[in-house]
Design a protein around this ligand. Structure first.
Ligand code: NDP
Ligand code: OXD
Length: 309
C-alpha cells in the first residue's frame, strides 16, 4: 500500500514530512519512482500527465493537491470509478479573499493612478469613491466565493453573487442559474470569477457577457484561465467598455513571453498565486483521507465527476 506524489509545482519534501508525521509507516513515492504500479493505492496529484493515472490498476483515491480538480478531469483516460477528492482549506480561502480584496481595493481606490501621480510629483485629490455605491459581483459562491463575498461586504461594498443553486449569504444579494445571470452581470461594477472550470463555465467571460457589464467595469479572474476569452477582454478594454483587469490565471501558464497581457497598461498579471496550497495546513485532510482509505471509510471532500467540481 503506497501513496504516489505527482506534481512539478508542489514541494514533495514538505508533503513527505507533513504526511509522515501524521501517518505511521507511510510509503511515500515520488513520481516517476513509483515501484510496482499495483502497490499504488493513493495518488496525490497536481496536473498529472493525461493517461498517467490509468497506469495504476489498484488506485482507490485520486486526491487533488489543489482546490480545483479540472487538472484531473481533463485527462481523457482518467480511470473510471476512482473517486476524486479536493483540498478544502480555510487557510486557502483566507489567502484568496485577501488577494481579491487587494485587487478590488487597488482598483476602487485608484492605486495605479496615484502611483503615476507620485512618479510625476503631482498632488491631486481624485475624490473618494463610495464603496456602498460600488457593486462587486462574484461568480461562484462556493468555499472561496462565499468567503470573499462576506469579507467584501464587511468592508462596505455592495456585494452580489452568482451560483448554480440558490444561496443565502448575509449581506450578499444572491442570483443563481441561467435566469439570474444577466441581472447579476448588469449590476457588477467589479466582476470577480471564482467558478470551477467545467464544460458549462469554460469561456464564460466572453464578448457577450462582458458587454452586459456596466460601462467602465473591472474584471478580476482568479479561478482558471479557461473561463476567459482573452481576446474578447482585450477588445472590451480597447473599446473602453471595460476599465481593466487583474488576472491570476491564464489559458497558457506560464503566460507566454510574447502575450499582450504582459505589457498592457490596464491589465495586472500575477503568476497563479492568489491562493497556494500549504502542506502544513492541508496535510491533515489528506492524511485523514489516507486513513479512511485504509479503513474502508467514506472519503472527505469528494467531487462529483458528473458536475466536474
Ligand atoms: P466550490 O466548488 O466550493 O464552489 C464553486 C461555486 O461555483 C459554487 O457556488 C457553484 O454553485 C458555482 N458554480 C459551478 N458551476 C456553476 C455554473 N455552471 N453556473 C453557476 N455557478 C456555478 O469551489 P471553490 O470556491 O473551492 O473554488 C473555485 C475555483 O477556484 C476552483 O475550482 C479553482 O479552479 C479556483 N482556485 C484558484 C486558485 C488560485 O490560486 N488562483 C486557488 C484555489 C482555487 P453551487 O454552489 O450551486 O454548486
Ligand atoms: C487550486 C489552485 O486549485 O491553486 O488550488 O489553483
Amino acid at each position: 500500500m503506497a501513496l504516489l506524489f505527482i506534481s512539478n509545482m508542489d514541494e514533495p519534501e514538505a508533503w513527505r514530512r507533513e504526511l509522515a508525521a501524521r501517518i505511521d509507516g507511510l510509503d511515500f513515492r515520488l513520481w516517476p519512482e513509483t515501484g510496482p504500479v499495483e502497490e499504488i493505492d493513493f495518488a496525490l496529484v497536481w496536473k498529472p500527465k493525461p493517461g498517467l493515472l490509468a497506469g495504476f490498476p489498484r488506485l482507490k483515491l485520486i486526491q487533488s493537491l489543489g482546490m480545483g480538480v479540472d487538472h484531473i478531469f481533463e485527462d481523457p483516460e482518467l480511470p473510471a470509478g476512482v473517486p476524486v477528492a479536493r483540498i478544502v482549506d480555510p487557510d486557502m480561502a483566507s489567502q484568496m479573499s485577501a488577494w481579491v480584496l487587494l485587487e478590488v481595493l487597488r482598483h476602487h481606490r485608484m492605486a495605479d493612478a496615484y502611483a503615476a501621480q507620485q512618479r510625476d510629483h503631482v498632488w491631486r485629490m481624485r475624490g473618494l469613491p463610495d464603496a456602498s455605491q460600488t457593486t462587486v459581483g462574484i461568480m461562484g459562491l462556493g468555499v472561496l466565493g462565499a468567503d470573499a463575498a462576506r469579507k467584501l461586504a464587511h468592508v462596505g461594498f455592495r456585494v452580489t453573487g452568482w451560483s448554480r443553486s440558490a444561496k443565502s449569504i448575509e449581506g450578499v444579494t444572491c442570483f443563481h442559474g441561467g435566469l439570474g445571470f444577466v441581472e447579476f452581470l448588469a449590476g457588477a461594477d467589479i466582476l470577480v470569477c471564482l467558478l470551477p472550470l467545467t464544460a458549462e463555465t469554460e469561456a464564460i467571460i466572453n464578448a457577450e457577457t462582458l458587454a452586459v457589464l456596466p460601462e467602465g467595469a473591472f474584471v478580476i479572474n482568479c479561478a482558471r484561465g479557461g473561463h476567459l476569452v482573452e481576446e474578447d477582454l482585450l477588445a472590451a478594454i480597447e473599446r473602453g467598455h471595460v476599465a481593466g483587469a487583474a488576472l491570476d490565471v491564464f489559458r497558457s501558464e506560464p503566460l507566454p513571453d510574447d502575450h499582450p497581457f504582459w505589457d498592457h497598461p490596464k491589465i495586472r498579471v500575477y503568476p497563479h498565486v492568489a491562493a497556494i496550497t500549504n502542506p502544513r495546513t492541508a496535510a491533515d485532510q489528506v492524511a485523514d483521507n489516507y486513513r479512511r482509505m485504509v479503513a474502508g471509510q467514506p472519503f472527505l471532500n469528494l467531487v462529483d465527476p458528473a458536475r466536474g467540481y
